[in-house]
Write a protein that binds this ligand. Structure first.
Ligand SMILES: [Ca+2]
Length: 499
């Protein structure tokens, strides 16, 4: 080879290197293929998947005899950030972990933060041993599994097209499209709730074809906390938002504790068809709903009910009532807590005549006290002498037996409950984790467009509700991220943006 030729080759190489480096950097930034895989093992840091937080809830990272690094979770939930060069449309999370010394069936979930509120996560199952242990005949298609007490359907479609009575179906991580109808429903003159409730609530109601959906909320803002307190009320049919209205802040944004005049907000969407409607009230704890008047007579609060008729608020609300309240509740777990020291009290479940009737002493404010309903088919009464308590749970609450109704599907929890509830079918979007070299590998898919992005960062939570009775170590976190691949035209636009 002549010297000239060698010079030429060197020159070409010298030109190619910066082009390749530039290409690599551009691809890293723009992800031209549309696909990016990021991983964290616990032996090394990752620029994409940050450490588990808060540090108090995780042990030190340890290396085992096989050279695997892992981190034990001491308390839950723990969080981590996924820090990406840009936004993606879809993501599959893959968690590699071990369950050691388990004394309870494990439930392990991952959630993506879904709104700016740091408590709102879209949760997906990683492992549910209660479901893994269900030994009914099953039909599996793609990621969906249908369990049948007695074999009847051969495909998922056959089941969906011939849907049995929804009271016989339990769902798990599955959105079942169904219409809840009350066959003998008759409109009445409506109802009025003259109890004060505080902050955000979700209400279910029911109308027939000719009946209007008509609600009037009387609202007061007690201005205990700094900031504006708008109240947004939205109406949903199935998951579709069909109406919303906002009551702006009362104009007082300091924490004077001075309440403004009562204001009314009316909800009257038109042209609605028969069925169940969900009313979501988004408001801070400064917002007190003093009264609800409606043309409907079925009205159930879901998940949360904050009773507020207590002297605690008499400086702000001179006409606050302090009469005891009875709430009717259905659900497996009912959690109560006193909001202040002055409202520490003893709650009564039912009349104390049956073995499952109960008294719950709310001995300490803010502490949660749980009641487990052994027969979740039954409605229990919950008597609060002083109010100013937060009632939470997986079920529904109402202020009278007559207004109670349950339009919701049963969520699968464990097999023992299925018999009591008369459930014959369980449908789930779920896959049992694989076991590889003694470690479990579980995946969950996310529609990243539905999660809350801060710049190019997403936050995830790992939830293990029964952490006390198990020992869980995480060895790896991986994400497969996807978006539309970049075409040459789009690529040029992106490059121009960067220039
Ligand atoms: Ca205000």
């Amino acid at each position: 080879m002549s010297l000239n030729k060698i010079h030429k080759i060197i020159r070409i190489i010298l030109i190619l290197i910066p082009i390749m480096v530039l290409g690599y950097l551009v691809d890293k930034e723009l992800v031209i293929s549309g696909k990016l895989i990021v991983k964290k093992d616990f032996g090394h840091g990752s620029p994409f998947i940050l450490d588990l937080l808060p540090w108090q809830r995780v042990a030190e990272i340890k290396k085992d005899d096989q050279g695997n690094y892992s981190q034990k979770i001491l308390d839950q939930p723990v969080y981590f950030d996924l820090n990406l060069p840009q936004r993606f449309d879809k993501g599959t999370a893959e968690i590699t972990y071990k369950n050691d010394s388990i004394d309870c069936p494990t439930l392990f979930q991952i959630g993506g933060q879904a709104t700016p509120n740091d408590w709102e996560y879209a949760m997906k199952p990683l492992e549910n041993q209660n479901l893994d242990q269900l030994d009914w005949p099953r039909v599996e298609e793609n990621d969906v599994v249908l369990y049948e007490r007695e074999k009847k359907f051969n495909t998922i479609d056959e089941f969906l097209n011939n849907l049995p009575d929804i009271s016989k179906i339990a769902v798990y991580n599955y959105k079942l499209d169904y219409d809840f109808k009350i066959p003998d429903y008759k409109p009445t003159k409506g109802l009025e709730i003259d109890n004060t409730i505080r902050g955000r609530h979700t209400i279910y109601t029911y109308i027939d074809g000719g009946e209007p959906l008509d609600f009037t909320f009387t609202v007061e803002d007690i201005n205990r906390h700094v900031g504006a307190d708008p109240a947004e009320i939205a109406v949903y049919k199935k998951d579709q938002r069909i109406y919303n209205t906002t009551l702006p802040d009362d104009g007082i944004t300091d924490e004077s504790g001075e309440s403004s005049e009562e204001r009314k907000i009316r909800l009257l969407p038109s042209n609605l068809t028969q069925g169940t409607y969900k009313i979501e009230i988004k408001a801070s704890d400064d917002i007190f709903i003093r009264n609800i008047k409606t043309k409907e007579h079925l009205l159930a609060f879901a998940g949360r009910l904050y009773l507020a008729d207590n002297d605690e608020y008499k400086d702000s609300l001179s006409d606050i009532r302090t009469k005891p309240t009875t709430v009717y509740a259905k659900g497996y777990k009912i959690i109560t807590s006193a909001a202040h020291q002055t409202s520490e009290q003893t709650i009564r479940i039912n009349n104390l005549t049956e073995p499952n009737d109960y008294e719950i002493e709310l001995a300490e404010a803010h502490q949660q006290y749980s009641y487990y309903n052994l027969n979740p088919r039954n409605i229990v009464s919950l008597y609060s002498p002083k109010n100013d308590i937060l009632i939470e749970g997986d079920g529904l609450f109402s202020f009278s037996k007559e207004s109670f109704f349950n339009p919701l599907l049963t969520t699968f929890r464990d097999e023992s409950e299925l018999e009591v509830l008369g459930i014959n079918y369980v449908i789930a979007d779920y896959q049992t984790p694989k076991t590889i070299d003694g470690w479990k590998v579980a995946t969950a898919d996310f529609d990243l467009g539905r999660l809350y992005w801060r710049e190019n960062t997403l936050r995830f939570a790992l939830s293990i509700p029964d952490i006390e009775c198990q020992d869980k170590k995480i060895k790896g976190i991986k994400f497969v991220l996807e978006k539309e691949p970049l075409t040459w035209g789009k690529l040029w636009e992106k490059i121009k943006e960067k220039l």
